[in-house]
Design a protein around this ligand. Sequence first.
Ligand code: PNS
Length: 159
Amino acid sequence: MNKCVYPGSFDPITCGHLDVITRAAAMFDDLTVAVLVNKNKQSSFTVERRMDFIRRSTAHLNGVSVDYFSGLLADYMEERGANIIIRGLRAISDFEYEYQMAAMNSKLAKNVETIFLMTDIANSFLSSSMVNELASFGGNICGLVPDEIVKDVLSKYGR
Ligand code: PNS
């Protein structure tokens, strides 16, 4: 059976991420959404909160679990015995970085494939950093992040 991992920062999960998770979960029985713990990068939400946000947003989906990893994704894939990496592609601008990462991961982890899902056009402009910026200025983030977490994201910015 295929074991899939959708890795990312998810700081926080957006509707674009949720769309990719929903579509991947419809195709694969075992999907882990894996949050990167990166000590060198300042994040807006702790890894625990990011995982909680994903759990609450995906509670209605079968076969989806949430985890975290630090270090190389290729090592995490091996540890879990997973063989497919899922990534969303928004626009041409994402492609170069994603292409390099997929090539590096296939060199580091034999028998691991990266599968790209094109993000829904409605979410093609969306990113976690934009959500954080919008929330910090009191903008409306409904429809940009899953309904379950709108209040939590706004309250972080005192809104
Ligand atoms: O949501 P993001 O920030 O675009 O996700 C990027 C992520 C977490 C998938 C990527 O940075 C990653 O896998 N980092 C772990 C280190 C690693 O394995 N890098 C790729 C090979 S050098």
